[in-house]
Design a protein around this ligand. Structure first.
Ligand code: 5GP
Length: 208
């Protein structure tokens, strides 16, 4: 199965909840609007400010499972008690665009794509410590204490998975983590494969 665009790359990004993945990715997106993001489906209720079709497609569990049965997901997993999945239609949209694209999925989702031999670059965002992770999760106030406890419990297992990824970004200082993440994208854009079909117009046209 080929699911990267001819000129674009698929960056699969995972991290334990609270490691700062969203902050890093939103900064990367603001700095480089050509980056596309996959919109996943989930059964988790929307948080304040989240919009259907923008952060996620929010689905009832029955509808989610109906789509699973219909083969609409390239991968899906239960994460912290809710279902999350990447729609094939989203992957097709990203691939057809020819742009670099990012999908944020948990460690199970990334493992599933790896098993399917997806062409991808995987990046693990690592918190500086479990204590810091808990402090950030409690501080952001978007989850109940029970949900925070569940997410911290899951983080221990998730952290062990980092060794299966191509790159690790430690998010101790946000600016440094953003710079590291952008450096990974930049390095991939400099790979010789991206220059395989240099048009008459020159190399710039081939990578933009
Ligand atoms: P949150 O509820 O905080 O938005 O996301 C919780 C977890 O679900 C995060 O680790 C996130 O990466 C993961 N997640 C989001 N979308 C998907 C998806 O499409 N597939 C999988 N496997 N995990 C996802």
């Amino acid at each position: 199965m080929s699911n990267t665009a001819q000129n674009g790359e698929l960056f699969v990004v995972s991290s334990p909840s609270g490691a700062g993945k969203s902050a890093i990715l939103s900064r990367a997106r603001a700095d480089d609007p050509s980056l596309l993001f996959s919109v996943s489906a989930t059964t988790r209720p929307p948080r304040k400010g989240e919009q259907d079709g923008r952060e996620y497609y929010f689905l009832e569990r029955d509808e989610f499972m109906r789509r699973v049965d219909a083969g609409e997901f390239i991968e899906w997993a239960e994460v912290h008690g809710n279902l999350y999945g990447t729609l094939r239609s989203e992957m097709d949209r990203l691939a057809a665009s020819g742009h670099d694209a990012i999908i944020e999925i948990d460690v199970q989702g990334a493992a599933s794509l790896r098993e399917q031999a997806c062409t991808m670059v995987s990046v693990f965002i690592m918190p500086p410590s479990l204590e810091e992770l808990e402090r950030r999760l409690l501080g952001r106030g978007t989850e109940t204490p029970e949900v925070v406890a569940l997410r911290i419990g899951n983080a221990r297992h998730e952290l062990e998975q980092y060794r299966h990824y191509d790159f690790v970004v430690v998010n101790d200082d946000l600016d440094t983590a953003v710079a590291d993440f952008k450096a990974i994208i930049r390095a991939r854009r400099c790979r010789v494969e991206r220059f395989a079909d240099v048009p008459e117009g020159g190399v710039r046209a081939a990578i933009e």
